[in-house]
Design a protein. Sequence first.
Length: 303
Amino acid sequence: MSLLVVGSVAFDDLETPFGQREHALGGSATYFSLSASRFHPVRIVAVVGEDFGPDQMRVFDRRPIDLAGLSRVKGLSFHWKGAYGYDLNEARTIATDLNVFANFRPDLPPSYRESKYLFLGNIDPVLQLDVVRQMTTRPNWIALDTMNYWIRGARPALDAVLKEVDILLVNDAEVRELTQEHSLIKAYRKIQALGPRILVVKRGEYGVALFTPTGIFAAPAYPLENVFDPTGAGDTFAGGFLGYLAWIERTDVTALKHAALVGSVMASFTVEQFSTERLEQISQDEVRNRLSLFSDMIRVEDL
């Protein structure tokens, strides 16, 4: 009953007002898998270069993460360099070096093609659709992330893959770009027409909005005293959200609401330190305790 993620494994150079890191572990599949594997085994399909060594592999080896789909090829790994000001909601990209990721063509190992759950990370929608077509059995659900670059530049391919998708995870700017609607409620109706029945709008420090055929749910972000680095928070959220759903094997409204809280809590750990440093350290007890605190914070007695 594994959860398959297709995305990037990368190195990041990060700078915020609170410090900096060079050659830190990053990438959508990295954050997603470290988060989701707290709840369910994960399989990764990604590509890295010769600079991806034993130290990086050990980060994954400590978790129930299957790396049979992680290809190591000649060249350098995908590298991103970015900086944040005191407004941590927006990163300034200094450099993006695709390196081996430029020729990434996901090729699922035979054992991966019957995975019960599939998350298509933020890559070219042509590749996302190819992954769906490689599956020998239709997953119980397919979830997808994308960004404005693909919405504007690869819309026909994105529309094609969205027809196969059950859960769409994007931020509010992306859903508005995708639907040309300012109202998220109106936008959700258009998203449904494109294919996904569940819309998860990641709103950073403002929390999450969840849209389903039977209603809307909104939750704040988990309040933190210190935030050092927001890189990977969205992918960490997706990992917590989808890892939880895979664990409980349900997608009813109650399960989706709980998953939104789990995703928010997992993202809150990521931003407390740089890169994956905090995600690597947390214990199951810390996750449970923070979930309990968060649930108490937002619980309201009957009015």
